[in-house]
Design a protein around this ligand. Structure first.
Ligand code: SF4
Ligand code: MG
Length: 338
């Protein structure tokens, strides 16, 4: 497919009293039409700030999208350069968003019906009756029965899972070309999580909408994504297809993330291996590889020079010196790789 979103050298900083936090440090990726791209990484890696920058939802100040950053939507709209009122036309209309916690993003004082029709009335020429009809269809699409009655209910009258369905209906109201889902299932219990993932996958197939899925949960990624980018300390450290990242990962940080997923063949939940140590301080990011302090394979060069991305397959790249042609061969950790 053609690109729907091209992010190029995105850099975002937060200006704080103590200095500048470099939250996103030169992130580039492309999402094609009809594609689900997952952005994975630990909390604080810059994945949410990246998503919020695409929607221009980060508070400015203290945050700044740095000069030279580009977020090109649908081949023509440079999001970085839009005014706030132009951006209001993009938000909800061209790009929809699903947040982690529907309770904070739904308005508790408005009925479900008025919340869904609000966007439709704002962005289209639909009459009130047509908008209500569309809202009812959307609730049916997201698997809610008795749509007509649901339209009259308030968010607090619904369960967490139902609220997330309403949030998805709301995000789809204006047929966006791109959906951004930031930890869409994190606040839900496991059974409901699975239902919401199934629903999102169904809707994605039916509508061929492109999705950026932000998550720390590799289980969710495996269910939905076509392509994956792995972020660490504000940078992309590996990118590839779902198969590349799960079966042929080439970055020690990705190995660490994969080891922290419960294995299907294990019945002991506590076999989770978390990556020891913590990410670097982004007030003063390290000169070399940002993962060096936690990396069991770190070499001298890693401390001194930040690795560029090496091509390790078609469309598969990894920013790690181990992929240099002269690097020592290392044994993959147990349970990683094909
Ligand atoms: Fe580890 Fe070096 Fe690769 Fe960084 S570049 S992940 S420190 S081996
Ligand atoms: Mg987050």
């Amino acid at each position: 497919g053609k690109p729907i979103l091209e992010v190029n050298n995105l850099r975002v900083s937060f200006k704080m009293f103590a200095g500048e936090v470099q939250a996103v440090r030169g992130v580039s990726f492309t999402v094609n039409k009809g594609e689900v791209l997952a952005i994975v990484g630990e909390s604080g890696c810059g994945k949410s700030v990246t998503a919020q920058s695409i929607m221009r939802l980060i508070p400015s100040p203290p945050s700044v999208i740095k000069k030279g950053s580009s977020i090109l939507f649908d081949g023509q709209t440079e999001i970085v350069k839009l005014t706030e009122s132009q951006m209001e036309n993009v938000r909800g209309n061209d790009i929809g968003m699903i947040f982690q916690d529907p309770m904070t993003s739904l308005n508790p004082t408005m009925t479900i019906g008025s919340q869904i029709t609000e966007g439709i009335l704002k962005h289209t020429k639909a009459t009130k009756a047509e908008a209500m009809q569309r809202a009812a269809e959307l609730l049916t699409l997201v698997g809610m029965s008795n749509a007509q009655e649901r339209l009259l209910q308030y968010p607090h009258e619904l369960s967490g899972g139902m609220r997330q369905r309403v949030m998805i209906a709301l995000s789809l109201a204006c047929n966006p070309k791109l959906l951004i889902a930031d930890e869409p299932t994190t606040a839900l219990d496991v059974t409901i999580q699975a239902q919401i993932i199934d629903l999102m996958r169904d809707i994605q197939k039916k509508t061929d909408t492109s999705i950026i899925l932000i998550t720390h949960d590799l289980g969710v990624v495996a269910e939905m994504a076509h392509k994956v980018i792995v972020m660490y300390a504000g940078k992309v450290v590996e990118r590839g297809t779902l198969q590349d990242i799960f079966y042929d990962p080439k970055h020690p940080y990705t190995w660490g993330l994969l080891r922290s997923v419960p294995r299907l063949d294990s019945n002991k939940e506590n076999e989770l291996v978390s990556i020891p140590g913590s990410p670097p301080d982004l007030y003063a990011p390290p000169v070399g590889c940002a993962f060096a302090a936690r990396c069991p394979y770190a070499m001298k060069v890693c401390q001194e020079i930040d690795p560029e991305h090496f091509d390790v397959g078609e469309g598969h790249t990894a920013a790690c010196w181990l992929n240099h042609k002269d690097a020592p061969q290392v044994e993959l950790p147990v349970g990683i790789g094909r």
